[in-house]
Design a protein around this ligand. Structure first.
Ligand SMILES: C[S@@+](CC[C@H](N)C(=O)[O-])C[C@H]1O[C@@H](n2cnc3c(N)ncnc32)[C@H](O)[C@@H]1O
Length: 175
């Protein structure tokens, strides 16, 4: 779905500023996990500004290559670093300020391992926004299951934002 949506019209339903503006600020280093073709990586790169960084992770080399081309075209390549992920382990050495997992957690086979890695990748007190494709095959109870696992791994729920076509939650790293 994200591939179909990843065009300029997506801004009409998924405006990165509106969705992430409370969390992503100039100078931050943020993660876009499962970045795909980078719709939100590009948006967050504008939001973090020249002093900030977006680390964009995906399992697929092809997605990262597309994002790299888009970043160059948009004059944002200095702010975006792409990294290939193997399974649920993130290649992130220094904890970051915020993480976005947009329409990807349902694809993760071992969510406990994924969320444990996420606590490791985030600074203490930092937030992660999980949004799942609500109109698709992810049901409310699936997200509730993910939230229970996240709470077991040290996250606390801080918000249930309304994001179009999505089921969403904001988690805070309490570790
Ligand atoms: C439906 S796409 C969403 C792309 C993007 N977040 C967006 O909203 O446009 C899901 C992406 O997550 C990636 N993905 C799935 N599991 C992943 C994992 N464990 N780590 C990193 N990327 C993953 C897939 O390769 C795919 O590019």
């Amino acid at each position: 779905m994200a591939y179909l949506f990843d065009n300029p019209l997506r801004h009409l339903i998924h405006d990165p500023e509106k969705i992430l503006g409370s969390y992503v600020k100039p100078g931050m280093t943020v993660l876009d996990i499962g970045c795909g073709m980078g719709f939100f990586s590009l948006g967050m790169a504008r939001m973090v500004g020249p002093e900030g960084r977006v680390i964009s992770l995906d399992l697929q080399t092809m997605m990262l290559k597309i994002l790299e081309k888009r970043a160059i075209k948009g004059g944002l390549s200095e702010r975006i670093e792409t990294r290939l992920v193997r399974e649920e382990r993130f290649p992130v050495e220094t904890p970051v300020d915020f993480a976005l997992c947009f329409w990807m957690v349902h694809e993760v086979p071992d969510q406990a391992l994924f969320l444990r890695e996420l606590t490791r990748a985030l600074k203490p007190g930092a937030h992660a926004l999980i949004a799942e494709p609500g109109m698709h095959h992810v049901k409310k109870e699936d997200l509730e299951g993910t939230i229970r696992i996240a709470e077991g791994e040290g996250f606390a729920v801080t918000e249930r934002p309304r994001i179009r076509m999505s089921l969403s939650v904001v988690l805070q790293n309490s570790i």
